[in-house]
Design a protein around this ligand. Structure first.
Ligand code: ATR
Length: 288
């Protein structure tokens, strides 16, 4: 039940209609018996500042921020978490005195999903596929979890070089290197841990992977694709066919949400049974 004392949160995006966040957060609130409501807000690019000021005036406790606003919100925040600053993107706002503090829960969400899949990053040679916004959060995870090296494979080599440079500066060690897509055969024969962050293979273009060569996949022992539609991407299928383990992006989506929910409700933990129920719910939704 939502009373006059309800804590109100929401998601700011454009478009917002396809978001699963209202379903997830309202489900957790129901499971935990909280007086809490989470609503979608469709905000065009030129109204982001107004929306943040308006949300604060309306006493909104927290907000998720997604495409295309994750960078655009930053100038309008009162405070910024250091990891969100390093990643350069914010997906969660928490109300503080005088405004909102920005966090990035995509990175800890990805890490929690990788941990649950028993993917060890410490001391590993990692392959990061893609160099866009999602790749930045993944690069931060690989760096902060102690990867020995990170090779960034991307269609545009310049973007990969830029990301590698930024992360090498951020972590104070030279361990990230760019690799142009056309040079993928130069990848040394090792047991790579791969994180796929491009939109290639995402619904409705599910028949594609960035690299089709089977020899490439024999070098990958373990991989996560952050795409969650379809549940099994062509990239995952190619990794598995070559004998590696592969995971999709659904758990990252779920755990970034839980991290946000727990930031808005300090002291509360979403029980693992509720996480499992949401996983089943989401699988059903995604099948439709
Ligand atoms: P996001 O925030 O979702 O990461 P983005 O910043 O636009 O979105 O980045 C998209 C990533 O997918 C990039 O690595 C992009 O490669 P480029 O940097 O070369 O553009 C990659 N990508 C998207 N579509 C692609 C395609 N058809 N072929 C190869 N790479 C693609």
């Amino acid at each position: 039940m939502i009373s006059g004392k309800a804590k109100v949160c929401g998601i700011m995006a454009y478009p917002v209609e396809h978001s699963f966040s209202p379903l997830m957060h309202n489900f957790y609130a129901g499971e935990l018996g909280l007086d809490f409501a989470y609503v979608p807000f469709k905000v065009p690019e030129d109204r982001v500042e107004d929306a943040i000021k308006g949300a604060y005036a309306l006493n909104i406790a927290g907000m998720n921020i997604t495409v295309p606003h994750k960078q655009r919100v930053i100038p309008y925040l009162k405070d910024l978490d250091p990891a969100a600053r390093a990643i350069g993107a914010v997906n969660t706002l928490v109300r503080v005195e005088g405004g909102y503090k920005g966090y990035n829960t995509d990175a800890p969400g990805l890490w929690r999903a990788m941990e649950e899949a028993e993917m060890t990053v410490k001391g590993r040679d990692c392959l990061l596929i893609g160099a866009g916004g999602a790749a930045k959060a993944a690069a931060y995870v690989l760096g902060s979890q102690g990867a020995a090296s990170v090779t960034i494979l991307n269609r545009s080599e310049g973007r990969a070089r830029e990301l590698a440079g930024e992360m090498n500066r951020c972590f104070g060690r030279e361990f990230m290197n760019p690799l142009a897509l056309g040079d993928y055969q130069k990848l040394p024969d090792r047991q790579w841990l791969a994180v796929q962050t491009t939109s290639v293979g995402m619904h409705p273009d599910t028949g594609h992977a960035l690299v089709e060569d089977k020899a490439f996949y024999r070098k990958i022992s373990c991989a996560v694709d952050i795409v969650y539609t379809p549940a099994r991407t062509r990239f995952m299928a190619l990794v598995e066919e070559a004998g590696g383990r592969a995971f999709g992006g659904l758990d990252m989506l779920i755990y970034q949400g839980i991290q946000a929910f727990e930031l808005w409700n300090p002291g509360l933990r979403v029980p693992s049974e509720s996480v499992e129920k949401v996983r089943q719910l989401m699988r059903k939704e995604l099948e439709q």
